[in-house]
Design a protein around this ligand. Structure first.
Ligand SMILES: *Cc1c(COP(=O)(O)O)cnc(C)c1O
Length: 407
């Protein structure tokens, strides 16, 4: 079945109470059983069921199942935010003395999180992940995991996804891919051998800037029986599920970064139109970058859909479309703040993946705290403006950019 047909009916196929067309919002924090032995059986994992809301909730479960379908995975755990998903996963799987490799082109907060892991005894090497060779060079005896994003934000570097997948397989490393920028509609990291997939549900999957959420999906491709840091209590049943069980049973319990039922409902309803929204947003991004690439006020456009993008070909092979996010550097005569102020339809804000088009001067906002040196190493120029393209009509966006640059 098609992407949308599949997810639209996933709640219903999971069995919805009272024939509700949506999975209802279950606000109960705790669940009870007529027979206390049943409660014990649920706690001991001998019987499926709900216990306490920090770890399980029926509305959240329905969303998890939907994300699993989207990623063609085995199972999913949802979290309160994308950052919670990444942090809890690494905390659940790694221990002091371990080393992991991450792309140097990362979402700023993920970069910040990984530096926090480093001060707590889990070593990280940041490498140029557009080359699997760079990843290979950074491998040490204690390397456990490689973390990359599909398309990095804001400069849109595409990780060497296939080759890194092969390398992780060869060296038996966990391959954790953040699919937020591409979404499972444009790309499934499972196709390049990802062990686990991260999605910030806040962005395109939820899509309407009305709920925060994150998810980790198990693809079933890693042999967890070889992974040293799993506790015996979670090594039950299918080996493929051991790690995700530990992330859920221990990680979610320890940190409590639980997705709320209302947020899960918002995200779930939003996700029904993911494919339709991505079609329009990517179409808009392609038109806008074509227009801006030829504009005399623009020095450089960064978008994998453009011929001069270093990973243009790879992106064309792997992704259904080159994404809905691009960045521009302006000529020196134009101030990036003036440009943003001149835009009327485009909203100046930090989010991405919204239905509305959004723009932000990244060096002066989301990447300000990391300092000039690290920004330079990530290729973030002071004039760089990032755009997350929404689903407005293409002509309206083109007209807005045209007037903003002609002033
Ligand atoms: C936004 C984002 C995150 C974090 O998601 P939140 O839901 O904001 O915590 C992680 N990775 C990428 C690529 C993102 O864009």
């Amino acid at each position: 079945m098609g992407f949308t047909s599949d997810i639209l009916h996933s709640d219903r196929r999971g069995g919805v109470e009272h024939g509700s067309i949506h999975k209802p919002v279950h606000t109960a924090v705790t669940y009870t059983y007529e027979d206390s032995r049943e409660l014990a059986a649920v706690f001991q994992g001998k019987q499926p069921g709900y216990t306490y809301g920090r770890q399980v909730n029926p509305t959240v479960t329905a969303l998890q199942d939907k994300v699993t379908l989207m990623e063609d995975g085995l199972s999913t755990v949802a979290f309160s935010t994308g950052m919670a998903a990444i942090g809890t996963t690494l905390f659940s799987l790694l221990q002091a003395g371990d080393h992991f490799i991450a792309s140097s082109f990362l979402f700023g907060n993920t970069n910040s999180l990984f530096n926090s892991f480093a001060v707590h005894g889990i070593e990280v090497s940041f490498v140029d992940a557009t080359s699997a060779g760079e990843v290979r060079t950074a491998v040490q005896d204690n390397t456990r995991l490689v973390f990359v994003e599909t398309i990095a934000n804001p400069r849109t570097q595409v990780a060497d996804l296939v080759e890194i997948g092969d390398l992780c397989k060869e060296l038996n490393l966990v391959y954790l891919v953040d699919n937020t920028m591409t979404t499972p509609y444009l790309f499934r990291p499972k196709s390049v051998g990802a062990s686990l997939v991260v999605n910030s549900l806040t962005k395109y999957i939820g899509g309407h800037a009305n709920a925060l959420g994150g998810a980790i999906t198990e693809t079933g491709l890693y042999d967890w029986s070889t992974f040293p840091h799993l506790y015996d209590t979670y090594k039950k049943g299918d080996v493929s599920e051991w790690a995700i069980t530990q992330i859920k049973k221990k990680g979610l319990r320890d940190f409590g970064a639980t997705l709320g039922a209302e947020a899960a409902h918002h995200i779930s309803v939003g996700s029904d139109t993911l494919a339709l929204r991505m079609e329009q947003a990517c179409r808009n991004a392609i038109s806008l970058t074509d227009f801006l690439n030829d504009h005399p006020a623009v020095k450089k456009v960064y978008y994998p859909g453009l011929l001069d993008h270093p990973q243009h070909e790879l992106a064309g092979t792997l992704f259904r479309y080159p994404g809905a996010l691009f960045s521009v550097e302006l000529i020196d005569e134009i101030d990036c703040f003036d440009f943003l102020n001149n835009l009327d339809l485009v909203v100046c804000t930090s989010n991405l993946g919204d239905t509305r088009s959004l723009g932000i001067p990244v060096a002066h906002s989301i990447y300000y705290e990391m300092g000039a040196q690290r920004r330079a190493s990530m290729g973030i120029d002071d004039s760089l403006v990032r755009f997350s393209v929404g689903i407005e009509e293409t002509d309206d966006l083109l007209a807005d950019f045209e007037q903003a640059l002609s002033l």
